[in-house]
Design a protein around this ligand. Structure first.
Ligand SMILES: Nc1ncnc2c1ncn2[C@@H]1O[C@H](COP(=O)(O)OS(=O)(=O)O)[C@@H](OP(=O)(O)O)[C@H]1O
Length: 334
């Protein structure tokens, strides 16, 4: 007798499935959270995440920028966009004037999040989903989701390339703490955020799990997953831009190198330039589901700001926790 294949639970109504997932009650920072495929997510986000898993169709040449929030996402989006689109939009020369040609570059008018959409947000509206389908290849996309939540269309085929950026968790968590507290009127209990600093978690999910999810795949599929580190990008921006270009199959030619195209990209996406632009656009349209002002993505852009906020004891305990969790994986922040 032929066996009937088991129904895929995600084919059922999202709401019914979500209601069965383990949950945590709301906190002052977060609405109700649900455990899904090994990670905690605000319940409200799950329909879009599930729709993304079900409906996204990867195409040859798609490049996905992946990260945990506050690890350099905005910067990497800018660098990857400027690199991939340099044929259509040459980066303005470092010493270039402020003429119309130089102002034509999208990154001088738009926040990088507007140039590279978050897939999990795209699937929250039919309009955004249709826009994504109509986007010509090659597409530059992004996600904050862990590898375990990505659709099979990305993980089981070799069509997509993923560039993952990670950052020393102490700096990432302090950056997040500032981001949450930037709007004093929200009156979010900072003790809740401090709990996540102490536990080294993001919305209840371990930070090391997110990093190791991508890291482990990069070891077996190096042509599909490239790991970058915020600290290394700060120290060697040129080298990292060259790495990005090679990884996406658009290496810089000798004539481009001679014309200082790499330097121009680095300058266009430098913290100082992007912060100044973000400040000048602060009052204009908000980005990422119209939620965040342009300037909220640029604060200090430094390595090691955690020393101003985290006690040496807390830092030591975080370092110990992380070295245990990364032990044997081959991953380090150096
Ligand atoms: N161009 C450039 N160069 C270096 N650093 C930069 C740049 N742009 C943003 N930043 C810093 O990155 C931090 C924000 O992280 P994300 O972009 O990942 O945030 S988000 O996920 O998009 O919300 C946040 O870090 P902190 O300054 O430590 O808070 C930003 O200031």
């Amino acid at each position: 007798m032929a066996h009937r294949p088991l129904a895929d639970p995600e084919d059922e109504d999202h709401d019914e499935l979500i209601a069965t997932l383990p949950c945590k009650p709301p906190t002052p920072l977060m609405r109700r959270m649900r455990l899904y495929r090994g990670g905690w997510f605000p319940e409200k986000w799950l329909p879009a995440i599930m729709a993304f898993r079900r409906r996204f169709e990867a195409r040859d040449g798609d490049v996905v920028v992946a990260s945990l929030p506050k690890c350099g996402t905005t910067w990497l989006k800018a660098l990857a966009f400027a690199t991939a689109a340099r044929g259509t939009y040459p980066p303005p020369p470092v010493a270039g004037g402020d003429d119309e040609g130089n102002r034509r570059h999208p990154l001088l008018r738009l926040n990088p999040h507007e140039c590279v959409p978050f897939l999990e947000s795209v699937y929250s509206t039919m309009e955004e989903e249709s826009k994504l389908d109509a986007t010509p290849s090659p597409r530059l996309l992004s996600t904050h989701l862990p590898y375990s939540v990505l659709p099979a269309s990305i993980t089981d085929s070799s069509r997509c390339k993923i560039i993952y950026v990670c950052r020393q968790p102490k700096d990432m968590l302090i950056s997040f703490w500032h981001f949450i507290n930037r709007d004093k009127s929200r009156d979010v209990s900072s003790s809740y955020v401090w709990e996540s600093v102490r536990e080294c978690t993001y919305f209840g999910s371990p930070i090391w799990d997110h990093i190791l999810g991508y890291w482990n795949v990069s070891k077996v599929k190096p042509d599909n997953v490239l790991i970058l580190k915020y600290e290394d990008m700060k120290r060697n921006p040129t080298e990292n831009v060259e790495k990005i270009a090679e990884f996406i199959g658009q290496p810089f030619s000798n004539s481009e190198k001679e014309a200082s195209i790499v330097d121009n990209i680095v300058e266009l996406c430098s913290f100082e330039k992007m912060k100044a632009l973000g400040a000048s656009m602060a009052g204009s349209q908000k980005v990422i589901s119209s939620e965040f002002p342009n300037d909220s993505f640029f604060r200090k852009g430094a390595i090691g700001d955690w020393v101003n906020h985290v006690t040496p004891e807390m830092a030591e305990s975080l370092d110990k926790l992380l070295s245990e969790k990364f032990d044997g994986s081959g991953f380090t922040f150096m």
